[in-house]
Write a protein that binds this ligand. Structure first.
Ligand code: ADP
Length: 261
């Protein structure tokens, strides 16, 4: 239990630090991008210095992507939850995932038979699956199988896993498994931390899984990892199933009352 407490306290502290840095850094970026665009507008189209400004703007864009991931991790990003079917999300991203992982990796999807309605920002959950698939691909350089399945799960008060410890209720469970290189315990303990990566310089940012972690927290869900070197990796994502009576009562487009922030 002590270890579990420490782990979530550690993630909380990292989240606050990352969120603070990202927020301030984002303000600086806004100035760089704003003045960069202004400079462009004041230049003649044939000005040879134009490409320099374009490079500044492109680099600033990449930096803005990093801060977005950090903000997602620290739960400072706005999500717009609507009732969505997890099976539907899987269907939507299937083609995208197949293209992402390439031809040497087989994609097997097993959507659950019943619909799994959760309150979620669909685009963010798609992002979660894309990030996990990207990592699975990188873990299977010689090919393999990526499997994704969905089902409903009821968790009792003795739910033992590291993240989501003690959580109860009805959840949509998305299981993402690969037959890749796997991880040792030391790596496994740190994968959700921002900037933790084992990939070579320029290949990984270490922000993929921290973003996944933050997105799921914002959805009141959570993620656990099961992995051993040489045996592949399984991620289990839990999202609370929507209370259908409450979901039906929501207006169709606006999920929040007017006047809120
Ligand atoms: P990045 O992919 O940029 O390294 P992530 O936060 O997405 O950042 O992942 C952090 C680390 O977790 C990876 O560098 C890798 O060591 C490990 N990892 C993540 N997914 C897998 C996987 N499916 N198989 C093996 N290792 C993984």
């Amino acid at each position: 239990l002590m270890e579990q407490l420490n782990q979530s306290q550690k993630m909380e502290a990292i989240g606050q630090l990352a969120g603070g840095v990202a927020h301030d850094f984002n303000n600086i970026l806004t100035a760089i991008i704003g003045f960069g665009n202004l400079a462009k507008m004041r230049m003649k189209a044939e000005d040879p210095q134009m490409t320099l400004i374009d490079q500044i703007l492109a680099a600033s864009d990449r930096a803005a992507n990093l801060t977005r991931s950090l903000l997602a991790f620290s739960r400072k990003q706005v999500i717009i939850p609507r009732p969505v079917d997890v099976n539907g999300i899987l269907g939507t991203v299937e083609k995208l995932l197949a293209r992402l992982i390439g031809e040497d990796i087989e994609l097997v999807t097993r959507p659950g038979k019943q619909s799994l309605i959760v309150m979620a920002d669909e685009g963010q959950i798609e992002q979660v699956l894309l990030n996990l698939a990207t990592n699975a691909r990188d873990a299977m350089p010689k090919g393999g199988t990526l499997s994704i399945s969905t089902e409903a799960r009821r968790l009792g008060k003795d739910f033992p896993a590291l993240h989501g410890f003690g959580r109860q209720g009805r959840f949509a469970l998305i299981t993402v498994s690969d037959t890749g290189v796997g991880m040792d315990a030391r790596t496994r303990m740190r994968i959700f931390e921002p900037f933790f990566t084992t990939k070579e310089l320029g290949k990984g940012t270490g922000l993929g899984l921290s973003m996944v972690y933050g997105i799921l927290q914002q959805h009141e869900g959570f993620i656990n990892v099961y992995s051993e070197p040489g045996k592949g990796t399984t991620f289990r994502i839990y999202l609370p199933l929507a209370d259908m009576a409450a979901a039906d009562a929501l207006p169709e487009t606006e999920a929040r009352p007017p006047g809120g922030t």
